[in-house]
Design a protein around this ligand. Structure first.
Ligand SMILES: [Zn+2]
Length: 297
């Protein structure tokens, strides 16, 4: 009788310890399941994070097309004379001129700071997202077609392999103080200068008759491109004077952009026909890059 009870107790003990083991196993099983589940929940977050950091995504981010109303920072510098002005009484010329040494220092500072120089005609594609944008693009423009561009500015630009856009007043070609036809031909053939139109005779388009404005805008483009056998896609309003009407004429004439003298660096689809520009005096000489980067218009 006693031995039967012992056997029964022993059986009960074995049964309990088996049950304990089974419960312990179940506990582990659920713990592992919970851990795996938590890990799975974390995963999408980790994947996203790694994609954001993937350097292959960077060009996509940089070349993203802006919305029709967004603007890109594309500084366009506006030069007139690059020379030592000899006539001290000519205050207008003094005001519009940059010394050759200062000019070279300005472009060299920008180049050393990583700026790349482009033709104005590249702007429409940059704005529409068809051409790559980077925040250190800059554009040099020279107004009126003065002879000192050929004699002074151009040799400096050539030395540093810098592109620029030259606004020519068609009827002034060959006049005293202005570039001659063969000088323009020579800079165009080098590939570093793009020519653009600044009307036939620098007429103030504000208040000009329909006939005159059409001739100044359309005729100058046709004559320039025929004489120098190059496409002419950019236009500059004399004295920076433009209106809705002149903007429409420029579009109809086949230009892809026009520049104004409104101070600024922000360019977009809506101001494609009155792009803003910066006078070199605003940048100064000593801190060109610093002044440009802190310029907030
Ligand atoms: Zn002008």
């Amino acid at each position: 009788m006693k031995s039967r009870t012992r056997r029964k107790r022993a059986f009960e003990r074995r049964k309990n310890s088996f049950l304990n083991l089974f419960l312990l196993f179940l506990l582990f099983f659920f713990l592992i399941l919970a851990f795996i589940k938590e890990d799975f929940q974390k995963r999408p977050e980790k994947v996203e994070e790694s994609l954001d950091l993937d350097p292959r995504d960077m060009p996509v981010v940089l070349s993203v097309s802006p919305t029709p109303y967004s603007k890109l920072r594309l500084p366009i510098l506006m030069y007139h004379y690059v020379e030592h002005v000899t006539d001290k009484r000519d205050t207008i010329r003094q005001k519009m001129a940059v010394n050759p040494e200062e000019f070279e220092f300005q472009i060299k500072s920008l180049k050393d700071a990583g700026y790349t120089f482009h033709f104005l005609s590249e702007i429409p594609n940059i704005i529409s997202g068809k051409a790559r944008y980077h925040p250190k693009m800059i554009f040099l423009t020279f107004d009126d077609g003065y002879e000192d561009f050929y004699m002074v500015a151009y040799p400096i630009l050539k030395k540093h392999l810098i592109k620029s856009t030259e606004f020519i007043v068609y009827d002034f070609i060959g006049r005293y103080n202005y570039m001659k036809e063969d000088q323009i031909k020579s800079i165009v053939s080098d590939g570093l200068v793009e020519i653009a139109s600044h009307t036939l005779d620098h007429t103030d388009l504000k208040g000009a008759s329909t006939e005159s404005a059409t001739l100044q805008i359309t005729g100058s483009r046709k004559k320039l491109s025929e004489k120098f056998n190059v496409p002419v896609t950019s236009f500059a309003y004399p004295f920076g004077a433009f209106s809705t009407y002149t903007v429409d004429l420029a579009k109809q004439a086949g230009y892809t952009l026009a520049v104004s003298v409104i101070p600024g660096t922000q360019q977009g689809q809506e101001n494609l026909f009155y792009l803003t520009r910066i006078r070199p005096g605003v940048l100064g000489i000593e801190n060109v890059v610093k002044n440009l980067e802190s310029y907030r218009k």
